[in-house]
Write a protein that binds this ligand. Structure first.
Ligand SMILES: C[S@@+](CC[C@H](N)C(=O)[O-])C[C@H]1O[C@@H](n2cnc3c(N)ncnc32)[C@H](O)[C@@H]1O
Length: 222
């Protein structure tokens, strides 16, 4: 029987192995050739202050660096933050708080979260917290495993539900959250975001990633 572990502790405990693997283009062809180009294209028009939330080893954070951008990264894993700092000294990396809040007194033009939200149990709270660090009119860009894929863990169609799945080669399973596009749209709307664009990235004609660009609107209650 495999053991189920909390994603935050898991990534911290395998930080070095994860960093090597994440930075290896050959081991991650789908991410490098398919998913990362999709995310870079969706955010191509956006400049200014950028935060990579759940930045892992910092390899994807570095891809956002451009003359017209100031890029930061943050992660809940202190070990991954150390590794990212060592590999990319020109970028500021911060420890995100374990409750999911960024813990920084800074406003961004763009917050990116690649393959993070499916580990977040209370996405409503995380979106509220990320919204505090985004200027009005600022953008949130995220990538999640495509809902068609995660829906397969359930016997009937549902909007949101937790499942466990194996990760890596350590015989461990992590809790992950399936959310339909409808559910994601509702959570975004509840936090004053509206969807600008979505992109589906396919692997051999099967949807593998759902990428969403949303904009933070003026709070309707203000
Ligand atoms: C699959 S990795 C993705 C890392 C990086 N964004 C990338 O694409 O290479 C997931 C990252 O999310 C972080 N993480 C895990 N659970 C989290 C949570 N509940 N809240 C915020 N970050 C979390 C992990 O420390 C890890 O760096």
């Amino acid at each position: 029987m495999s053991e189920t572990v909390d994603p935050i502790s898991y990534y911290d405990s395998i930080a070095e192995t994860f960093a090597k693997q994440a930075s290896d283009k050959n081991a991650n062809l789908f991410e490098y050739d398919g998913n990362m180009p999709s995310l870079l294209k969706l955010s191509d028009q956006i400049s200014g202050n950028v935060l990579d939330y759940g930045c892992g080893a910092g390899n994807f954070t570095d891809m956002f660096s451009r003359d017209d951008r100031f890029v930061d990264g943050c992660d809940t894993s202190p070990h991954l933050v150390d590794i990212a700092r060592e590999h990319y000294p020109a970028i500021n990396f911060y420890n995100a708080s374990k409750d999911g809040s960024v813990g920084l007194d800074k406003e961004y033009d763009l917050i990116v979260a690649k393959l993070v939200f499916h580990y977040v149990a209370n996405l409503d709270a995380t979106l509220a917290s990320l919204s505090d660090n985004l200027r009005i009119g600022g953008h949130l860009l995220f990538s999640v495993p495509h809902p068609d894929k995660t829906q397969k863990h359930f016997s009937s169609e549902i909007d949101e539900g937790t499942y466990v799945d194996e990760v890596g080669q350590f015989g461990l399973t992590l809790p992950m959250v399936h959310r339909s596009l409808g559910r994601l749209s509702t959570l975004l709307a509840n936090n004053d975001f509206s969807i600008v664009k979505t992109d589906i990235v396919y692997d051999k004609q099967v949807p593998k990633r759902l990428n969403v660009l949303a904009v933070r609107q003026l709070n309707k209650n203000v």
